[in-house]
Design a protein around this ligand. Structure first.
Ligand code: IMP
Ligand code: MG
Length: 412
């Protein structure tokens, strides 16, 4: 029978904190429209952290990392290695089948994953009803469709706002759980028609039983790394609304979405040397011709979750500064700098005039400037590119990543 654990890790303070020593927790977020290479940086930072915590997003996320040379795309499990405890906090939307498949996949690399993993009983559950609603709403929006990942993200969050959502703790009482699924199916019927409710209930219960023993609010001791998902520009409140996702992507959500005190954590902001975007929405520096194609191919810019080709374009300094300032970033990391090696010139947006960011992007007039391209990262031309960005953002770029492997990152 159900026992909802109500102890909050946030009530606990580490000895370090009590002694007034430096907070060692970190929050890592993407500063563009997602796919900045966060997973790889998380993996690097995981070496100096005990816990890796997810606090937002859901199976729409796709963080590609290499564990011992083996490629693994994380959708719901935090991207930590074998020394980390992994916690999926309540701000994360969970598709149980995708979670279990990922646990199986990761267990082939680290056989103790199940022992190191906990998930909050307050997590919201995505059902097949929500996935169908997602596709149906997208169709109904016609030319206003967002190009979602189809993973049921928006509808699951709106169930929550409508107070008809399903949480992990609901599974502990099967009668009430079944009732709630029936409710949800009724609610969705005008949009998606009848669904086989019994089958939905049984398949969800089957998946739940596989992780039942992992459901708890853990006791947190040691350094915590909060792994953000998507990017600041996809935040539903601060991003390029309405072309955004439905769970917050800003660092200030880390405490709220995990239940773990994160106010004094150091903030890491990850961005690519260029910009990509999947799905619809304004993208003023987009390169639709050959240059975009070259970047897409070299950068392997295809969605890790959906396989869709990503739209590619030049780095956008006003938007990057907006995201960095909003997030109060302490450490900047540039990724995929190597992808631009060999281009004759590299563009960057340096102004939108008096446009209010990020809301009036659709018809904004973009000022593009070009810097001389570079053959290798160890060159004056690349240094000039870095300096131009640092000057604009007003912060130093501390690390540059130049390949997918964990060791392919250097301090500057
Ligand atoms: P949703 O999150 O599936 O509702 O999709 C909303 C928008 O966010 C779409 O444009 C998606 O392509 C985009 N999106 C969602 N998750 C990611 C991600 O992990 N990387 C990049 N784009 C994403
Ligand atoms: Mg991704």
């Amino acid at each position: 029978m159900l026992s909802i654990k109500t102890e909050y890790p946030s009530k606990r303070r580490s000895l370090k904190e009590l002694k007034g020593e430096k907070e060692m927790n970190s929050i890592l977020v993407g500063l563009q429209w997602g796919d900045e290479g966060k997973g790889k940086v998380v993996q690097k930072l995981s070496r100096i952290n005990d816990w890796i915590v997810r606090f937002s997003g859901g199976p729409n996320a796709g963080h590609t990392v290499y564990h011992d040379g083996k490629k693994m795309v994380h959708h719901l499990l935090p991207s930590g290695t074998n020394r980390n405890k992994l916690f999926v906090g309540r701000g994360t939307l969970v598709d149980l089948k995708i979670l279990n498949d990922e646990i199986d996949e990761m267990s082939k690399i680290y056989d103790d994953v199940k022992k190191r993993f906990t998930i909050s009983s307050w997590c919201r559950i995505i059902t097949s009803i929500d996935r169908k609603l997602d596709l149906s709403f997208e169709k109904m929006k016609e030319d206003r469709s967002i190009g979602t990942t189809g993973r049921g993200i928006g509808p699951t969050v709106s169930n929550d706002a409508n107070r008809i959502g399903i949480r992990l703790f609901d599974f502990f009482d099967e009668t009430s759980f079944s009732k709630k699924i029936k409710y949800l199916a009724n609610f969705a019927k005008p949009f998606i028609g009848m669904i086989d409710v019994e089958e939905e209930i049984n398949s969800l219960l089957k998946e739940f039983r596989k992780i039942e023993d992992n459901v708890s609010e853990p006791f947190i001791a040691g350094n915590v790394l909060f792994e953000g998902t998507q990017g600041v520009l996809l935040d539903p409140m601060y991003g390029t609304y309405p072309y955004v996702t439905s769970t917050p992507t800003v660092p200030s959500f880390a405490s709220y979405g995990s239940g773990i005190q994160a106010d004094r954590a150091e903030k890491w902001g990850v961005f690519k040397a260029y910009v990509t975007r999947v799905g619809a929405g304004p993208f003023p520096t987009e390169l639709s011709g050959e240059e975009g194609e070259i970047i897409r191919k070299r950068g392997d810019e295809f969605g890790a979750t959906t396989g869709r080709p990503r739209r590619c374009g030049w780095i956008d300094l006003p938007l990057l500064k907006y995201a960095s300032d909003l997030s109060n970033i302490d450490h900047l990391v540039m990724t995929k700098a190597d992808v631009l090696n060999g281009l004759e010139k590299v563009g960057m947006c340096t102004s939108y005039g008096d446009t209010t960011l990020p809301y009036e992007l659709e018809n904004a007039s973009v000022r593009l400037e070009y810097t001389k391209g570079w053959k290798k990262l160890d060159s004056r031309e690349f240094d000039d590119f870095i300096s131009a960005i640092e000057k604009y953002i007003g912060k130093k770029i501390e690390y540059v990543s130049f390949g997918p492997k964990e060791e392919e990152i250097k301090p500057r």
